[in-house]
Ligand binder design. Structure first.
Ligand SMILES: [Zn+2]
Ligand SMILES: [Zn+2]
Ligand SMILES: [Zn+2]
Ligand SMILES: [Zn+2]
Length: 278
C-alpha cells in the first residue's frame, strides 16, 4: 500500500514538473520573440540605485534598458525626494563635542547617516598628555653699511651686528595617546613661540628685530606641508601662536623653519632657524 502510494506521488510530481516547465519556457519565449519592441514609451530611471534608464515597450509592456543611469542628489532617498543614499557621498555636520575626554562629536549627514569623531579640546589637560618640546635657535652676523651725517655728504660706516632667532614648540602626538581616540591627528601644538633679538650691536647704534609671522613645516622629503600663523606680542621681538586653538597636522612634520629679521635704518637682513622634531 505504501509503495503504491509512493509510486503514484512520484509520477504526479514528475508530471507537475513537466507541465510547469512547459508553461515557463513556451509562453514567455513566444511572447518575447513575437515583439520587436519597436515602439517605446517615455524614458524613466529605476527607483533603486543605480537608477538605470529604461523605456517601456508600448506593445508588450516589457522594461527595455536603454543605457546610462541617473545620478541623484545625495539624501535620505525617501519617496518623491529625488535623493538617494547611495548616489554621491556623505557630508557630515560638525556636531557638538562632549565636555568629557575624548570629546566625542556626532556629525549627521542629510541621508540620516551619522559619524562619531573625537575632537581635541584646548582646555583639556588629557588632550595635552605626553607633552614634548622642540626648540632651537640660530645666530646671524651681518655688517650694515650706515651713512653717517647729512644725506649725501656723510661718511659710510660699517656696523657689525649679530642677532638671534629662536623657536620653541610645545606639542604632543594625539594618535599615539592611549585609547586610540585621535587616529587622524599626528601632531598637535598648543604653544609656538618665535623670538628675534639683537645679540651684539656697536654702541651708538640701534637696530630693530622681529620674527616673521609665519612658520613653515616640512616633511622628510623637504616638501612644505603646512604654514602656521603667529602674532606679535606687545614687544615685536616676540611672536606666539593664537593660544586658544591647537595647530594640528595629520602627519608628523620633520622640521619647522621660522624666520627673523634685523634692520638698521633702511637696511635689513633676515635669517632662519630650522628645528627638527625628534
Ligand atoms: Zn515589446
Ligand atoms: Zn543612487
Ligand atoms: Zn550621507
Ligand atoms: Zn581631552
Amino acid at each position: 500500500m505504501n509503495k503504491q502510494f509512493a509510486d503514484m506521488a512520484s509520477k504526479i510530481i514528475v508530471i507537475l514538473f513537466i507541465v510547469i516547465g512547459l508553461l515557463i519556457s513556451i509562453f514567455p519565449l513566444n511572447a518575447e520573440a513575437a515583439c520587436s519592441h519597436s515602439s517605446l514609451g517615455t524614458r524613466y530611471s529605476d527607483a533603486t540605485h543605480p537608477h538605470k534608464y529604461y523605456r517601456t515597450c508600448n506593445s508588450c509592456g516589457k522594461k527595455i534598458y536603454v543605457g546610462g543611469q541617473e545620478v541623484k542628489k545625495h539624501g535620505p532617498g525617501t519617496w518623491g525626494s529625488g535623493t538617494c543614499k547611495y548616489c554621491g557621498s556623505h557630508t557630515y555636520s560638525a556636531g557638538t563635542p562632549s565636555k568629557n575626554h575624548p570629546h566625542a562629536s556626532v556629525g549627521k549627514c542629510s541621508c540620516g547617516d551619522t559619524k562619531t569623531v573625537n575632537i581635541l579640546r584646548f582646555s583639556c589637560s588629557q588632550c595635552k598628555a605626553n607633552p614634548k618640546t622642540a626648540s632651537n635657535s640660530s645666530s646671524c652676523s651681518t655688517v650694515f653699511l650706515n651713512v653717517a651725517g647729512d644725506l649725501g655728504v656723510g661718511t659710510i660706516q660699517s656696523v657689525p651686528v649679530t642677532f638671534k632667532v629662536s623657536y620653541t614648540n610645545n606639542y604632543n602626538q594625539p594618535n599615539k595617546l592611549s585609547g586610540g581616540h585621535f587616529p587622524g591627528t599626528a601632531f598637535s601644538s598648543w604653544n609656538t613661540q618665535v623670538a628675534c633679538i639683537p645679540v651684539s650691536v656697536p654702541s651708538g647704534f640701534s637696530v630693530g628685530t622681529a620674527p616673521g609671522l609665519s612658520v613653515s613645516y616640512y616633511n622628510s622629503s623637504n616638501a612644505k606641508v603646512a604654514t602656521q600663523s603667529v602674532k606679535w606680542s606687545t614687544n615685536t621681538s616676540y611672536a606666539s601662536s593664537y593660544q586658544t586653538t591647537f595647530f594640528t597636522l595629520k602627519t608628523m612634520p620633520s622640521y619647522a623653519v621660522a624666520t627673523g629679521v634685523c634692520n638698521l635704518g633702511a637696511h635689513s637682513k633676515s635669517t632662519t632657524v630650522k628645528t627638527v622634531f625628534k
